[in-house]
Ligand binder design. Structure first.
Ligand SMILES: Cc1ncc(COP(=O)(O)O)c(C=O)c1O
Length: 326
């Protein structure tokens, strides 16, 4: 691995890789899951890998508070609240929407972890959340407290090193087990996971096909974001080349009704995987993206790629907000 920024150790790594036997047989391919839903409990999922790098930077800057933002059921917000507490810091969340009558899933855990929360109406959040986080940072400064800002999903230059390092972890697991993958597939929600994998793969001479499946918006929107995240990451460590658009693929068609909204087909798919393989996918990210992978395999888009690794990026707590829909 090239020289990358320092990190605090927060996740249980390496996460295991499991083969899904029945689905593999059904599809005529070897489908594996990298269980990043096992990175921890309070800090479970992909976010903690990014937070290991961002939190180190926050500590280096002698921060007292972590400020971040996301949807009401944001996994990233909950993981940030947990990381803050682990490190003895405060957390302030700016969330999109107003709380429902019952506080459930990640929102419940945000409260348990004692995060301060500012709720914004969706339109205001979309237009001004970064400015509002800056205002909150300023308010803490007035109280002699240093605040560290993390963008949505910790998907920025520093955060993306989480998946740069995860890519390296996968290569090591391939060597150790003599089980090599043709493609690595992930959900794309804010771009940092995919960006980190692409950067890692680029520095390993593009051994794998890296494929992202957007769970909201579309490929054109995310390409721009992923390029910019990789650019910022490269600037941080003085790399003078950024992977080009041809170095990865984003597959459209599985965002469904949009962010955090589901169709009956998506819900039925999540339930079918739970019952076929004993694996719980989440409704917002992995359920949609994994469904996309299975559909695309059925359509023939993965012909010639036999060993496929899907990153289970976590998000389980989000399921509790959807029990009625299930
Ligand atoms: C469970 C889960 N999976 C996948 C993603 C997508 O990762 P990224 O935001 O890095 O694109 C997120 C967050 O957005 C997430 O919470």
């Amino acid at each position: 691995m090239k020289n990358i920024p320092e990190r605090v150790q927060l996740a249980h790594l390496p996460t295991p890789i499991h083969k899904l036997d029945r689905l593999s047989q059904e599809l005529g391919k070897n489908i594996y899951l990298k269980r990043d839903d096992y990175t921890g409990t309070e800090v479970s999922g992909n976010k903690v890998r990014k937070l290991e790098f961002a939190a180190k930077e926050a500590l280096q800057q002698k921060s007292d508070v972590l400020i971040t933002c996301g949807g009401l059921q944001s996994n990233h917000a909950r993981a940030t609240a947990a990381v803050a507490r682990r490190l003895g810091l405060k957390c302030h969340l700016v969330l999109r929407g107003t709380p429902a009558d019952s506080w459930t899933g990640n929102l419940f855990l945000d409260k348990m972890l004692g995060a301060d929360i500012t709720f914004l109406e969706p339109d205001l959040f979309n237009e001004r959340h970064m400015d509002i986080m800056e205002d909150i940072k300023h308010d803490y400064a007035q109280k002699q407290m240093t605040a560290y800002l993390l963008p949505v999903g910790a998907s920025n230059g520093i955060g993306t090193f989480g998946y740069y390092a995860a890519y390296d972890e996968i290569c090591q697991q391939e060597k150790d087990s003599d089980q090599y993958f043709d493609a690595i597939v992930t959900a794309v929600g804010s771009g940092g996971t995919c960006g980190g994998l692409v950067l890692g793969n680029w520095h390993h001479h593009r051994k794998h096909r890296i494929i992202g499946i957007p769970i909201a918006d579309d490929a054109a929107y995310f390409q721009e974001i992923i390029q910019s995240i990789m650019h910022d990451a490269s600037l941080l460590v003085g790399w003078n080349e950024v992977p080009n658009l041809g170095s990865y693929q984003l597959i459209d068609g599985y965002a469904g009704r949009g962010y955090a909204l589901n169709t009956p087909e998506e819900m039925a798919f999540i339930e079918s995987i739970a019952q076929k393989e004993g694996v719980l996918l989440d409704p917002v990210y992995t359920g949609k993206a994994f469904r996309g992978l299975v559909e695309e395999i059925r359509k023939g888009s993965f012909d010639g790629l036999n060993d496929i690794l899907f990153i289970h990026t976590g998000g389980l707590f989000g399921i509790f907000d959807k029990t009625e829909a299930f």
